[in-house]
Design a protein around this ligand. Structure first.
Ligand SMILES: [Ca+2]
Ligand SMILES: [Ca+2]
Length: 206
């Protein structure tokens, strides 16, 4: 009976660890409010779209890069999520691009200290040509010493003004930011199997 109790406790721990791993830190990550609730933006061209502009749900976030956007090199959307220094995180977003010629987009994570200063930053690969919705990610990065928040950001860079009437479009949906668990669920499962094996062997030898 002791073995069964141990197994139940380990199973409960495992379930808890798994639940923690999947907790989404970002609010309104898929823009299903139909607007930029919980997000801030800089630069021109941001709006929500429907239909092909949604990877999931009804809405996605679009940045129009128009031939009228003179001098608007950098645009972005961002929100801050709480982090713990020393713990590892995964971040990502689905990006779709249409008619991209003179602009690029990527996912960015900025680690912020307790007065909002940027300690360091990480970026995904850059999208520089047209693609269907593709998961662009920053995997397994550790919050540095002093970090209390991460700014989760979708960034668009207009390298030069589009030629007349040839706008570029960058579409973002399903941002995600999650904390990796310590120990990871796989490790917990191995521990559980090991403990069960030892308990069974002990019982058999008696
Ligand atoms: Ca969505
Ligand atoms: Ca274009």
């Amino acid at each position: 009976m002791k073995t069964l109790r141990q197994l139940l406790i380990l199973t409960a721990c495992l379930a808890l660890a798994t639940a923690t791993a999947s907790a989404e830190l970002a609010d309104n990550p898929g823009f299903e409010t139909g607007d930029l609730t919980d997000w801030s933006s800089f630069g021109q061209g941001w709006r929500t779209g429907t239909g092909d502009d949604a990877y999931a749900g009804t809405y996605g976030l679009v940045c129009d890069v128009l031939d009228s956007h003179i001098g608007e090199e950098w645009r972005g959307v961002y929100q801050s999520v709480p982090v713990t220094a020393g713990l590892a995180y995964d971040a990502g977003v689905y990006i779709r691009t249409v008619s991209v010629d003179t602009s690029a987009s990527f996912l960015e994570l900025q680690w912020l200290d307790n007065i909002g200063g940027v300690i360091s930053q990480e970026q995904s690969a850059s999208v520089t040509s047209d693609q269907a919705f593709t998961f662009m990610d920053i995997q397994s990065v550790t919050a540095p010493v002093g970090a209390v928040e991460a700014s989760l950001r979708g960034v668009v860079q207009m390298q030069s003004l589009p030629t007349s009437g040839d706008s570029d479009f960058h579409v973002f949906d399903n941002f995600t930011m999650t904390q990796q668990t310590i120990p990871e669920p796989g490790t917990m499962a191995l521990l559980a199997v090991g403990a069960l094996g030892m308990a069974l062997r002990r019982r058999r030898s008696h």
